[in-house]
Design a protein around this ligand. Structure first.
Ligand SMILES: C[S@@+](CC[C@H](N)C(=O)[O-])C[C@H]1O[C@@H](n2cnc3c(N)ncnc32)[C@H](O)[C@@H]1O
Length: 294
C-alpha cells in the first residue's frame, strides 16, 4: 500500500490550522498587554477563549486583513486546501459546498442549536419551518456575532442565545430544554469540543422528542492508522488552542451508544481510502429518534 508521504507532509504541516491558532493566542497576548489587562494575561481561560474567537473569526472571513497579519498565509493555504473555496467569507462559502447546505434547512419546530459560534448557520434556517431556536454557546465572545446574524436573517424574535456549556442541563432546563421537548437538535462541528461526546450524545437523545431529529456535521477520528497517530499526537495542543476541540473522537460510536435511532445506518461521511492523509474527515446525517420506547 502506498504511504503518500508527500501528501501527508502537506496535510500534517502547512495546511494544518494548528499553526494559525498559535498566532491567534499571540495576537491576544498583545491586545491584553496593550489594554493593560495584566490579570487576563495569566488567565488561560480568557486567553484561550479570546484566541479561539479570533482564530475562528479570521479563518471564517480569511483574510481581508492580510496586510496586517502575516501568518494569515496559513489561512490562505487552508482555503486552497479546501479546493480553492476562496478567502471571503471562507467558511460560509466552503460549507455551502458541503452537506451543511442541505442539512441545516431541515431543522424544524423548536430547535436546539449547539455551539453556534459566529452564527454562520443561522442564515441557513428555513424561516417557515423553525418556531423557536435556542443557541447554546459556551464562549461569551461570540454573543455579538450571533445576535447580528439572527438580526440579519430576520430571526431575532425567534432566536434565543444562552451562554453556557451545552452539557449544563440544569441551566438549559430553565430555558425550557427538557426531556422530550425538542423537535430538532443541530450540531455543526461542536461535538468535537464538548468535554464528553458520549454524555452529550445521550443528552441530545434525552431532550429530543420521539421522532425528533438530530442534525449534525462533525469531524471524526481517522480510519487511517498513520493519520490517527498524527491526530492523537497533536490532539493535546490542538485541543488547548482550539476551543477544546478534539480531532480524534469517534462520533459514530458516541451516537450509536446514545439510544435507539430509526436510521443509524444512514450516517454519511467523506473518509476516502484514496486520501488517507485528511486530518479532519467528516461525518454527518439526520438521525431520527425512535418512536417506540427502548
Ligand atoms: C467549530 S465552532 C462551530 C460553530 C458553528 N456551529 C458553525 O457551524 O459555524 C464550535 C463552537 O462550539 C462552541 N462550544 C464548544 N464547546 C461547547 C460546549 N460545551 N457547549 C456549547 N458550545 C460549545 C465553541 O465555543 C464554538 O463556538
Amino acid at each position: 500500500m502506498p504511504l503518500y508521504l508527500k501528501e501527508r507532509w502537506g496535510a500534517y504541516t502547512d495546511s494544518d490550522p494548528l499553526t494559525y491558532a498559535v498566532w491567534a493566542i499571540y495576537e491576544n497576548v498583545k491586545v491584553f498587554y496593550r489594554e493593560g489587562r495584566y490579570g487576563d494575561l495569566f488567565s488561560p481561560r480568557k486567553l484561550l477563549d479570546a484566541g479561539f474567537h479570533l482564530w475562528y473569526t479570521e479563518i471564517s472571513k480569511a483574510a481581508r486583513t492580510l496586510s496586517s497579519i502575516e501568518p494569515l498565509v496559513v489561512a490562505r493555504n487552508l482555503a486552497d486546501s479546501y479546493g480553492g473555496a476562496g478567502i471571503d467569507p471562507f467558511f460560509q462559502r466552503f460549507e455551502a459546498t458541503t452537506a451543511i447546505a442541505t442539512l441545516v434547512p431541515q431543522c424544524e419546530g423548536v430547535v436546539l442549536e449547539l455551539g453556534p459560534g459566529l452564527g454562520n448557520q443561522i442564515a441557513r434556517y428555513d424561516k417557515n419551518k423553525v418556531t423557536r431556536v435556542v443557541g447554546v454557546e459556551s464562549n461569551p465572545h461570540f454573543q455579538a456575532d450571533i445576535e447580528a446574524q439572527a438580526e440579519k436573517a430576520g430571526l431575532a424574535s425567534v432566536y434565543e442565545l444562552v451562554t453556557c456549556g451545552a452539557e449544563e442541563s440544569d441551566v438549559l432546563e430553565r430555558h425550557g430544554i427538557r426531556a422530550g421537548s425538542m423537535d430538532t437538535v443541530l450540531s455543526i462541528q461542536v461535538l468535537c469540543s464538548v468535554p464528553d461526546e458520549r454524555a452529550m450524545a445521550r443528552e441530545i437523545y434525552r431532550v429530543l422528542r420521539p421522532g425528533g431529529k438530530f442534525i449534525f456535521w462533525e469531524h471524526h477520528v481517522s480510519s487511517d492508522r498513520i493519520t490517527r497517530l498524527y491526530q492523537n499526537v497533536t490532539n493535546p495542543i490542538w485541543s488547548r488552542l482550539i476551543g477544546g476541540c478534539c480531532r480524534n473522537k469517534d462520533m459514530h460510536a458516541a451516537l450509536a451508544a446514545a439510544g435507539k435511532w430509526e436510521n443509524l445506518e444512514s450516517i454519511d461521511g467523506d473518509a476516502d481510502p484514496a486520501k488517507p492523509w485528511v486530518t479532519l474527515p467528516r461525518v454527518w446525517g439526520v438521525l431520527v429518534k425512535a418512536k417506540e420506547r427502548n
